[in-house]
Design a binder for this molecule. Structure first.
Ligand code: NDP
Ligand code: MG
Length: 399
């Protein structure tokens, strides 16, 4: 029996994780749940269905609403901005971090510090924390939930680390694949949210349309599997069946394939290194099927190239890349900027960050700091600065 702490339980990954757990109650028990407090009704239902010992929400209002929704049967509540981080440090077998965005960093660090296996959906925490996160992780402690990175982990079982030549990271291309810059100028939020293959939370869905998600995944793969950025190739594969591939030195390429369904990598991460039976439908071979591949159009979708720059600089640069993007996505969703302005904003903020010198006095977080001097505080300061700078550029009113 594995005790699971699930952070971000009411989201897309969180609810699919509970779906996997519900079908394997003989193997998993939910010890604790956390959520952001915007869907208290759904959280109350999860509490009734899985009877966690502890539940965390960030605010007193959410805690009151949850208590009211639950009536008499209320578990231990942890309340406040650090409540998810407290949960990540509880005794259990696996923490699954499915919080969205940079808010996942402290919980990720807490789970690693406690020595618990961390099933990581929250790629942002790994990307922004960089070497801070990987150096805090013991061997095998970090297990990927992201489908591409789960595919790498599976394909890497086919050879030794010194036999790997490169990783091939597949991208669906999102809803705007094949468009030119001109055709992207006026796309709407509804169009950006209509992902062809996956149903996901809002931020990652917009990130899939700009290819920022692939930029984050490039950095995620580099950090998780210690492969140089230049040895990771992004290729567009619109069907999202080949979830990624590993090329070995002899010229062999090993792919992991399955119809798009996040329950498969979630189930594997929870049970790692074992496989659970019948988690998701396999590929069907009864009908003619085509899987196609094409190079990424880096000019129309500059997000991956920008991520390569941030990753090559490392230090606080990936945190700024992510923070500027999160703020720009909010600005796009609020109608303050157009679609193309999302990656434009990221580029401007990243350029400013990389140009500023650490020894010249400026705002906290504005100056780039190298890996060797990285701390959680430096990452979070860079995150705040990148976010605020992107908000300035996108015309957010400050109160
Ligand atoms: P969602 O937006 O659907 O869910 C996010 C979850 O995090 C919700 O439960 C939300 O609570 C909770 N949350 C948000 N902020 C906080 C906070 N400060 N403290 C505690 N909980 C918080 O996102 P997804 O499930 O789509 O994505 C989650 C992560 O997984 C992201 O990092 C994403 O990149 C990654 N991922 C997602 C995939 C997918 O298919 N969806 C695929 C691969 C990776 P509330 O409901 O109250 O807002
Ligand atoms: Mg992915």
């Amino acid at each position: 029996m594995r005790d699971v702490v699930l952070l971000g339980s009411t989201g897309s990954i969180g609810s699919q994780t509970l779906d996997v757990v519900a079908r394997h109650r003989e193997r998993f028990r939910v010890t604790a749940l956390s959520a952001g407090g915007s869907r208290v009704g759904a959280l109350a239902e999860q509490v009734r269905a899985f009877s966690p010992r502890v539940v965390a929400v960030p605010s007193a209002e959410a805690a009151d609403a949850l208590t009211e929704a639950l009536g008499t049967d209320v578990p231990e509540l942890r309340v406040g901005p650090d409540a998810s981080t407290e949960l990540a440090g509880l005794d259990c077998d696996v923490v699954l971090n499915a919080i969205t965005g940079a808010a996942g960093l402290r919980p990720t660090m807490a789970a690693l510090a406690h020595g618990t296996t961390l099933a990581l959906a929250n790629k942002e925490s790994l990307v922004i924390g960089g070497r801070l996160v990987t150096s805090a992780a013991g061997p095998g402690q970090l297990v990927a939930v992201d489908s591409e990175h789960s595919a790498f982990a599976q394909a890497l079982r086919a050879g030794r680390a010194d036999e790997v030549r490169r990783l091939i990271l597949t991208a669906s291309g999102g809803p705007f694949r094949g468009r030119t810059v001109d055709q992207l100028r006026d796309v709407t939020i509804e169009q950006a949210l209509a992902h062809p293959n996956w149903s996901m939370g809002r931020v990652i869905t917009i990130n899939s349309s700009t290819l920022v998600n692939k930029g984050l995944e490039l950095l995620e793969a580099h950090l998780l599997y210690d492969v140089a950025l230049d040895d990771i190739t992004v290729v567009v594969h619109p069907q999202s069946v080949v979830h990624s591939m590993v090329e070995y030195v002899d010229g062999s390429t090993i792919a992991q394939c399955s119809p798009p369904d996040m329950r498969l990598p979630i189930g594997l991460a929870l049970a790692w290194p074992d496989r659970l039976p019948d988690v998701a439908a396999p590929c069907s071979w009864a009908e003619p099927t085509s899987w196609t591949f094409e190079p990424l159009d880096d000019e129309t979708f500059p997000a991956v190239a920008l991520a390569r720059r941030a990753g090559a600089a490392a230090g606080t640069a990936p945190a700024v890349y992510n923070a500027a993007n999160e703020a720009a996505v909010d600005a796009f969703c609020d109608g303050r900027i157009g679609f193309l302005d999302i990656t434009r904003t990221v580029r401007t903020v990243l350029d400013e960050h990389l140009a500023s010198q650490p020894d010249v006095p400026s705002e906290p977080g504005a100056a780039w700091i190298a890996d060797a001097q990285l701390s959680i505080e430096a990452v979070l300061a860079a995150d705040s600065w990148g976010r605020r700078r992107a908000e300035d550029l996108t015309g957010k009113e400050t109160t």
